[in-house]
Each structure stands twice: as C-alpha cells, then as structure tokens.
Design a protein around this ligand. Structure first.
Ligand code: ATP
Ligand code: 3PG
Length: 411
C-alpha cells in the first residue's frame, strides 16, 4: 500500500523498509547516535553554518522525549594525526552550538572511548546529552577497527545512524559499531530516512519532466552521476568549469579555461550517450584571469577567445536554463554554474537558484558547495529539499548502495 509522501504530496511511495528510531525501545536507554556534525568553521573556530546540526535535531529530540539519553559521535574535518594541527578539529564549539539549539545541557568530553568518555557515559541519566571527541582522532575509525568499534559500542544500549553525509564511508562508527548491537537495537534516524526517501522518489518516481543541472569544477567527479541520470531526465543542463572539458571534447577552442585534458574521451562518450539531452551553455562570462578585479565580457557561442577563460554561464544561458527549470516537474541540482565565490562570477549560479526557488517543480539541491551557495543567497527555504550530503548525495545519484545502511536491518 502506498502512503502520501511527506515532501512530495503529489506522489505515493512505499514506506522505506529500514528499521527507524521509531522502532526502538528508547525508554531509559543510552542511544549512540552517529551524527554528521562536520560543519564549516570560521578562521576563529566558530560554527559558520549549523545546517547539519539543526538537521539532526528531530532525531535527538525524539529520543530525549521518549526517555533516552544520548551519546553523540561525529567526525569533524580530516584530522592529520598531528596534535598541533588537530586542535582545530575538536568538537567543543559544535557541542556549544548543539546546547543552544537543544535548549538543554550538553556535556562534551575530550576523548572518544577513553576513561573520560566511559565515566561520562556511565553516569548519563535519561535526558542527558554527551558529545564525544572527534571520532577521527582515533586511527581505528578510518580503519574500521573492530576493537575500537566494540569499545565505542560499549558506551550505549542502542545505535542510530543519522549521519546521512557520511553514509558513503565504511568507517568504524558507520559500519563496525552498528554490527556490535543486536539487530533490534540498530536503526536509522529521521534525517537519513528523509534524505533516502527523497532520493528514492527522485530516482524512482520523479514528477516529469525531470531536469538535472550539473556544474562544478570537474567532469571527472560527475561522470557516473551523468551516466546514471541520463535515462531518467528530459534535459541535463551543464554549467561550471566542466563546460570547457565538453567544449574541448567537441573540438572548440577553450582559451585559458579550466579543462581536464585527460578526461576528453570520457566527455566525448557522455556527449554521444546523451545526444540532445545534454545542453551546453550558449554564452559565457569570460575573464582574462581568475582575479575578480580582472576585465570581463560576455561571449556568445561555443568558442572561448585566446587569452580568456570562462568563469560563469552567460545571461542568455541563465535565461534559457531558467525557462527549462520553470517548466519542469522535478529539478535536481549539483555543482555551481561558475566561480561563484567571487561576486563578478556569481550571476549564473544566483539566477538558476532564483529560477528554482520560483518554480512550482519539486526542487532538490545537493553537494557541499551548491548547498552552501543556495543558503548564502537566501534561497534554501524555497527549495523542496537541500540535502546535507556532499559525496553521499553524489554517490546516491550514481546509484550506489552503502554498507552503512546494509547493516541496519529491514523492518
Ligand atoms: N568556470 C569555472 N572556473 C573555475 N572554477 C569554477 C568554475 N565553475 C565552478 N568553479 C568552481 O567549482 C567549485 C565547486 O565544484 P564542486 O564540483 O566541488 O561542487 P559541489 O559538487 O557542489 O561541491 P562538493 O564537491 O563540496 O560536493 C567551486 O569552488 C567553484 O568556484
Ligand atoms: O562533508 C562530508 O561530505 C561528510 O561529512 C564526509 O566527510 P569526508 O569526505 O571527510 O569523509
């Protein structure tokens, strides 16, 4: 029997088969929740974007309201193992922000499975919240070490995976730790459930016509995504630096634009596979250098003049893409249309974000940089969904399945 989809009310979907936090016995239990609090920080170490922390709140509040206490596990960044460098990756500021958002005390300890963590978890009362230190400070995390996993699992009675952004990683806290719990004590949280439902609907039963917008720096990051999406979409609109690898593959001059010279064969293969589904920009904002104060101009067509480089889609392309977005049933977007960090090269990315915000289509945005851009420009609230996943979102679009989810039993 189908149920009405919470986010796409026009669609009926089957409930996800995975066990969720609703299925767990929470009362009086310590629940280890693997969250993805890998958030951007300012130079001073403050949390500059708390979207991922906020996205975990429904799961955390649900567990607390049902009488559980929480042991929270996350990574932050990619620590090198050198203590002087790794201090910047401690989770103290993240825990402070979480305390503000939860509106209840949060205890942060300076280790993950050591004596401090064990003492704090053993005295945790229902309603208590404990944040462990960055799980990647322990080398066992990356290696998926079973001894480390058992020590981590020993701190709690049940396991919940609500770290959608990390679901593509096979690290200990994602795979080996849940394996330490009996099957009826492992579940996904509401964030993972929501992200999976949306991706499942997008890839399985999108409201037609579906348009995909692919940008960003490199074709190489998106080859598998493009291949997997092509049969499902009406149009695949290209922007960002990857444009120039496609133009070069077609034999056009690309000036000084960023081109992946070793990916031209793959680009030709995709062009051939896509036929007229793949749409390349019809004009470009070009500049003499990457410096935002350098001279710029708009060039029409497919040729970038000598000495110039393409840094954004041009106004005619932005308008044409806007029209396709307006008339779509579903729009899926990954990768900025230009070097959007600099004001002079931002217009194309802003224009497509605006068109998506104004469109009646189901609009889904994913990818770290793209989500940040949409947030920064103030359009996030107007999208159907802005994914918390970067790599995880892309791998879902590639059609991959994750070990971190295989270890969560079906209902
Ligand atoms: N024409 C261009 N020339 C040079 N750089 C560009 C151009 N267009 C986009 N970029 C750069 O590409 C980067 C974003 O590409 P990327 O593929 O990483 O995006 P994403 O998939 O949204 O993010 P993530 O990889 O974090 O998930 C930005 O830093 C942007 O400045
Ligand atoms: O930001 C992300 O994509 C996730 O937190 C995973 O981080 P990682 O790429 O360092 O594994």
């Amino acid at each position: 029997m189908g149920i009405r989809h919470k986010f796409f009310p026009e669609l009926r979907i089957l409930a996800l088969p995975k066990q969720t936090i609703r299925d767990l016995d929470l009362s009086g239990k310590k629940v280890l929740v693997r969250v993805d609090f890998n958030v951007p920080l300012t130079k001073e170490g403050a949390v500059s974007d708390d979207r991922r922390i906020k996205a975990a709140l429904p799961t955390l509040n649900f567990a607390l309201e049902h009488g559980a206490s929480l042991v929270l596990v996350s990574h932050l960044g990619r620590p090198s193992g050198k203590p002087e460098e790794d201090a910047a990756f401690r989770l103290d500021r993240v825990a402070e922000r979480l305390q503000e958002l939860l509106g209840r005390p949060v205890t942060k300890v300076n280790d993950t499975v050591g004596p401090e963590a064990q003492a704090a978890s053993s005295t945790l009362a229902p309603g208590g919240v404990l944040v462990l230190e960055n799980v990647r400070f322990n080398p066992g995390e990356k290696k998926g070490d079973p001894t480390f996993a058992a020590a981590l699992a020993g701190l709690a009675d049940a396991y919940v995976n609500d770290a959608f952004g990390t679901c593509h990683r096979d690290e200990a806290s994602m795979v080996a730790v849940p394996e330490c719990f009996p099957a009826d004590r492992r579940a996904i949280g509401f964030l993972v459930e929501k992200e999976l439902q949306i991706l499942d609907t997008l890839l399985g039963h999108p409201k037609p016509p579906m348009v995909a917008l692919m940008g960003g720096a490199k074709v190489s990051d998106k080859i598998l995504v493009i291949e997997n999406l092509l049969p499902k979409v009406e149009r695949l609109l290209i922007g960002g630096a990857m444009t120039y690898t496609f133009l070069k593959a077609q034999g056009h001059p690309t000036g000084k634009s960023r081109v992946e010279a070793d990916k031209l064969d793959e680009a030709r293969h995709l062009l051939q596979l896509a036929g007229d589904k793949l749409v390349l920009p019809q004009d470009h904002l070009v500049s003499t250098s990457l410096d935002p104060s350098a001279e710029t101009k708009v060039v029409a067509g497919t040729e970038i003049p000598d000495g110039w480089l393409g840094l954004d889609i041009g106004p005619a392309t932005a308008a044409a893409y806007g029209e396709l977005i307006k008339n779509a049933g579903t729009v899926i977007w990954n990768g900025p249309m230009g070097k959007f960090e600099d004001e002079p090269f931002r217009k194309g990315t802003v224009k497509v974000a605006e068109a998506m915000a104004d469109s009646a289509a189901v609009t889904v945005v994913g990818g770290g940089e793209t989500a940040e851009a949409v947030e920064e420009f103030g359009y996030a609230e107007k999208m159907t969904h802005v994914s918390t996943g970067g790599g995880a979102f892309l791998e879902c679009l590639e059609g991959k399945s994750f070990n971190s989810l295989k270890v969560i039993p079906d209902r």
